[in-house]
Write a protein that binds this ligand. Structure first.
Ligand SMILES: [Zn+2]
Length: 97
């Protein structure tokens, strides 16, 4: 059973932490938006972003810009490329950890 977001939050609008889209809590339900406290996603986000997040396993951050990867091998390859280019603020983050 889906319930409206307005029933689980005091807010009139809610913002996806991933795509930054804002939704009217009166118009969407808990099927359309996922909260970090549900333990399905690591941050509050909309349904399409949650699908993206569950598919991508690693993020490579280069100076605050994020790139998503499905395997550690691919993430590490790109990480090494950025480091070889001289960037020193490169981070591999495992999603959901
Ligand atoms: Zn989103």
């Amino acid at each position: 059973m889906s319930i409206k977001i307005v029933d689980v939050t005091e807010e009139d609008t809610i913002t996806c932490n991933v795509c930054n889209c804002t939704f009217d809590t009166n118009e969407i339900t808990t099927d359309d938006f996922y909260f970090a406290w549900d333990n399905i996603v690591s941050t509050d986000c909309c349904r399409s972003c949650s699908e993206k997040l569950s598919k991508w396993k690693y993020i490579v951050w280069v100076g605050g810009v994020d790139d998503y990867y499905t395997t550690y091998e691919r993430a590490k390859k790109h990480y090494d490329e950025w480091v070889a280019k001289g960037y020193d603020d490169v981070i591999i983050e495992e999603i959901g950890k």
